[in-house]
Design a protein around this ligand. Structure first.
Ligand code: NAI
Ligand code: MG
Length: 490
């Protein structure tokens, strides 16, 4: 078993074949490993532990031990430690960026959000207020206490491992819980590096435990564990069903975030100069592997031809290549996602949609070993087609033409999902009507996402799941309410 530092060019924050249990960097109990690949070349970056139920059990024990002291620590102290963690993340920003680029394959995409997110959660840590309650008689006091659950579990995906890690760990520990978290086997390195910085910041051993492993092994063991008091899962609907079923056995409350098929609704007066670059970015950013990706263009028939023409022109300018080069779009994360996305492209053709651009693997030697795919547009997509209803998680855009605002709403709402939606129009009255009608947890007007807003709650309607993160209640959501009545004696 190797315990040597990983390739220092990768990051000094990651040690080969260790995950974090009770403040110790240890290999899997079984000693087995998983290879993390560079998606641009298919080469192995580093080996990580192949944790399973025994590792999860050790992590839950460590988290259980750490819980009482962490729960009883002053909320101001917890806020200070989260703030210190955010500072260390800022100090290591370039290193963390390189690490996420190397495992996810994305290009550099601007400042990392993790430190800002933690600062936001730290600000909530000492504002976990209860209520004072009215009473029938003056010798009784009624009040509510907000208490942490205990040891919480989280399973996160590979598409944005840094932000996903912080989004669960931050509010959970700010509220006084301790956590056992499993990153995705394809992208565990950024989470491991972030956990190392949490320890360095002074967050006590056992508060944050990271178990690396495959979903059916380490993943399934977390919601199945009796020591887990609350669960959070982000990923596919099928795995979400399995996690929820496991939670049902012990009546464990949970939060699910299961992706989307987010519509971008273009009314006949949409400002296309503003819209086209954003719509293009909305489906090519992170190679379309974003739960909020704007994967459906629902466009009024009067501007449909122009929109398709201009999107096609914009797609032609997308530079594809390894994330370490100056490109707009990297590879997909894995051979499995590559097969999945190419499978959906084949399906779109079979279903009778019109392939306008892309549709294959880009030609050229540098694309041969990685998991590259061309940015792709399907026009004449009908609402019943699977490419219009299912999350592809790749740079594949479906264009659906509609007649008028009512049909636009009906088509926009016509999937099982309801994560994000946007409407593009110059008419504020029509915008308000569409905003109210859209079934989605987050809706934007004249932009693809809630850009520019701090503290916008994020989460799904319908099949996209339930529960919200990133809002003013993020930390409160990691507490349970105890109501207390006190009768004075005299
Ligand atoms: P997945 O849902 O299987 O994986 C997400 C996480 O769940 C990973 O950490 C994985 O190890 C874990 N997991 C897998 N099986 C598990 C099980 N039985 N019990 C507990 N944990 C388990 O998603 P996958 O296979 O990586 O991607 C398939 C599709 O899922 C994607 O193409 C995309 O459509 C969707 N997806 C959506 C995401 C989102 O942000 N909402 C993120 C990742 C995937
Ligand atoms: Mg899976």
């Amino acid at each position: 078993m190797t315990m040597a530092p990983a390739d220092p060019r990768l990051s000094g924050l990651v040690t080969e074949n260790t995950h974090l249990i009770g403040g110790e960097w240890v290999p899997a109990v079984s000693g087995e490993t998983i290879e993390v690949l560079n998606p641009a070349t298919g080469e192995t970056l580093v080996r990580v532990p192949r944790g399973a139920a025994a590792d999860v059990d050790a992590a839950v024990s460590a988290a259980t031990q750490a819980f009482p002291a962490w729960r009883d620590a002053s909320p101001s102290r917890r806020a200070e430690l989260l703030t210190r963690w955010a500072q260390l993340i800022d100090e290591h920003e370039q290193e963390l960026d390189r690490l996420e680029i190397s495992e996810v394959g994305r290009p550099h995409w601007g400042p990392l959000p993790m430190a800002r997110m933690l600062t936001f959660f730290a600000g909530q840590a000492d504002k976990v207020h209860g209520l004072s309650l009215p009473t029938h008689t003056p010798d009784v006091l009624g009040l509510t206490l907000r208490e942490p659950y205990g040891v919480v579990g989280a399973i996160i995906p590979w598409n944005a491992p840094g932000p996903n890690f912080v989004m669960d760990v931050g509010p959970a520990i700010a509220a006084g819980n301790t956590i056992v978290i499993k990153p995705a086997e394809d992208a565990p390195l950024t989470p491991l590096a972030l956990a190392r910085l949490a320890l360095r910041a002074g967050i006590p051993p056992g508060v944050v435990n990271v178990v690396v492993g495959y979903g059916p092994e380490a993943g399934a063991a977390i919601p199945a564990h009796r020591g887990i008091s609350r669960m959070s899962f982000t990923g596919s609907p099928a795995t979400g069903t399995a996690v929820m079923a496991a939670c049902a056995a012990h009546h464990t409350p949970l939060h699910l975030e299961l992706g989307g098929k987010s519509p971008q609704v273009l009314l006949d007066d949409a400002d296309l100069d503003a819209a086209i670059p954003q719509l293009t970015r909305g489906i090519t950013l992170n190679t379309g592997q974003i739960c909020a990706a704007g994967s459906r263009i629902v466009v009024d028939r009067s501007i449909h031809a122009e929109v398709v023409r201009r999107l096609t022109e914009a797609f032609a300018t997308i530079r594809v290549g390894p994330g370490t080069d100056k490109v707009d779009m990297g590879p997909l994360i894995s051979a499995k996602q590559h097969d999945r996305v190419l499978g959906y492209i084949a399906l779109g053709r079979e279903e009778g949609a019109e392939l306008v651009t892309g549709g294959g693997v880009p030609a050229g030697e540098k694309y041969e070993r990685g998991f590259f795919v061309e940015p792709t547009i399907f026009d004449r997509v009908a609402p019943h087609m699977r490419i219009a209803r299912e999350e592809i998680f790749g740079p594949v855009l479906s264009v659906l033409a509609v007649d008028g605002d009512d049909e636009a709403l009906e088509v926009a709402n016509g999937t099982e999902y309801g994560l994000v939606a946007a409407v593009w129009t110059a008419d504020i009255g029509r915008a308000i009507r569409i905003v109210r009608g859209l079934q989605a947890g987050q809706v934007a007007v004249n932009q693809i996402l809630s850009g520019g807003v701090i503290g916008a709650p994020f989460g799904g309607y319908k099949g996209s799941g339930f529960g919200r993160t990133m809002g003013a209640d993020s930390v409160l959501n990691y507490t349970q309410i105890k109501s207390v009545s006190i009768r004075g004696t005299h």
